[in-house]
Design a binder for this molecule. Structure first.
Ligand code: NAD
Length: 468
């Protein structure tokens, strides 16, 4: 993989959690990044000897709404790069700050200040990722051109959008569909419609586990516990397909923005949904809410003037590692009172398991097609220290987003949908294990695939994915 531009500024990481720890060793491998110019700012700094020995500086400090500019002013100059991998630090505030300073920026989700996800003064519609994204789009309009700020660019959100485009192209080729030579010329919504796709899951299954089992009153996960609890407690969200005939119970429309996505009046971690990945086939995932639900709903909506022509139903379907599922179960049972203990699995993961993260494209002539990354824990460990399979997929998204921003430094606020997917995947590819494209006859009704597509069209109704 070639980096086209050498970065000479200062890289400031906010947060020193599982993803910063996973990303730093990856960055240190890139010979074009000046190691002695990396600083980490976080309120808690532990087990950092390996990183200090390699020249990384640490500042023990929490960024807060009222003091973050003073803290950052000590470090940030024009041309520097802020990488926000924290929880409870506002992405919009940091983006605005970076813009004013002439610095580049990247985050892996749109994070509000502490309490923002659960703010009791907000109605449910305003607690969604759709609403957070709407604020970001407003800021993008206000700021206009300027230093690049890549938003929501980890694995998912992030790489999943690039995998979606690559998967659509793979499927189109298998269906003998003609594609423009230059992929920038692809109309993704039209391609999606013409390939006959009705439903898309961002389908992830994590089979990593430790022989040290989850204890009572403990939340275990392979990445941020706080991050998973926050998004699991937000309302479930989905892009609502034009083929749907039955309005889901508790579904609501937003009263602002593009209205390409809807939400359910239920915490997203309480919505089970049948899905499929190449790791073990069918499984029951959770419809955890994510930024990409709203951003790809915009990408894949086709309109003629104002008239809606086509949109697939789309959302995240996540089977986290078994102990995370048990942790969510326990958390919901205790009415969302957080467990006393948290544990992010890493070195203790048994030499077994993997993370499969990809897109499941459904309802076309080949029935269903999964495309994405299958990375085993052993592969992740062999590549880099401080990583499990999940964190390395995220770190690959962070690295490729940083490289893309450095190569395209004046694009203002950018979502994954507006980046060059081939370039991003080229950078991320060495860290994604096996890229799998797999056809499957699975469908949520359990019916075996027959040639009669028309008769089976109803199999792809949303209600079938949530009926047990
Ligand atoms: P983590 O919980 O392991 O770490 C969070 C870090 O934020 C900690 O170091 C904590 O000390 C720090 N922090 C908390 N309050 C802070 C403050 N006020 N100022 C500065 N730092 C503060 O989380 P993680 O697993 O490393 O994830 C980091 C972020 O990335 C989260 O927002 C998470 O949701 C997101 N994420 C995105 C993806 C993706 O694929 N897009 C995947 C995993 C995680």
């Amino acid at each position: 993989m070639k980096h086209r531009v050498r970065f000479s500024g200062h890289l400031i990481f906010i947060g020193f959690g599982s993803i910063t720890r996973a990303t730093l060793p990856l960055l240190l491998r890139q010979d074009h990044v000046p190691v002695n110019q990396i600083t980490v700012i976080a309120p808690v700094i532990e087990k950092n000897i390996w990183f200090k020995e390699r020249g990384i500086c640490f500042v023990r400090k929490a960024l807060t709404e009222h003091t973050f500019t003073q803290t950052l002013d000590r470090f940030i100059k024009p041309g520097d790069f802020i990488v926000n991998l924290s929880v409870e630090v506002s992405s919009l505030a940091l983006m605005t700050y970076a813009f004013g300073k002439g610095a580049l920026y990247l985050d892996t989700c749109i994070e509000p200040w502490a309490g923002g996800y659960d703010d009791p003064s907000l109605d449910l519609s305003h607690r969604t990722n759709y609403a957070l994204r709407y604020q970001m789009l407003g800021l993008r309009k206000k700021l206009g051109h300027g230093p690049t700020a890549v938003v929501a660019h980890g694995a998912n959100p992030g790489l999943i959008t690039h995998l979606l485009k690559a998967g659509l192209v793979e499927l189109a080729v298998q269906l003998n569909h003609r594609l423009p030579q230059n992929r920038e010329g692809v109309d993704w919504a039209r391609l999606c419609m013409e390939t006959g796709i009705k439903v898309i899951h961002f389908a992830e299954r994590d089979t990593q586990r430790s022989s040290r089992l989850k204890q009572d009153d403990e939340f275990v996960n392979t990445w941020s516990v706080e991050g998973l609890i926050s998004e699991g407690h937000q309302p479930a969200e989905l892009g609502w397909g034009t083929h749907e005939r039955t309005w889901p119970t508790s579904a609501r429309r937003h009263r602002f923005g593009s209205r390409n996505a809807i939400y359910l009046e239920r915490p997203s971690a309480t919505v089970p949904v049948k899905t499929w990945t190449p790791l073990g086939g069918p499984c029951l995932g959770l419809m955890i809410t994510h930024h990409e639900t709203a951003s790809t709903a915009d990408l894949l909506t086709l309109k003629d003037q104002q008239k809606l022509i086509y949109r697939p139903t789309l959302h995240y379907a996540y089977h986290p590692c078994n102990d995370a599922l048990l942790s969510i179960h326990e958390l919901i049972g205790r009415d969302w009172q957080s467990q006393q203990q948290q544990r992010i699995l890493n070195g203790e993961i048994d030499s077994i398991g993997a993370d499969a993260l990809g897109v499941l494209l459904m309802g076309h002539e080949l029935n269903a097609y999964w495309f994405g990354s299958v990375l085993t824990i052993d592969e992740a460990r062999a590549l880099l220290p401080f990583n499990n399979a999940t964190s390395l997929q995220v770190a690959a998204g962070v690295l490729s987003g940083i490289v893309w921003a450095v190569e395209n430094p004046d694009r203002g606020i950018v979502e994954p949908e507006h980046m060059d997917y081939e370039r991003v995947l080229e950078v991320a590819r060495p860290y994604l294990g096996t890229l799998v494209g797999k056809q499957t006859d699975w469908r949520p009704t359990g019916a075996v695939h027959t040639c009669s597509l028309d008769g089976a069209a109803d199999d792809w109704q949303f209600e079938h994915f949530t009926r047990f």
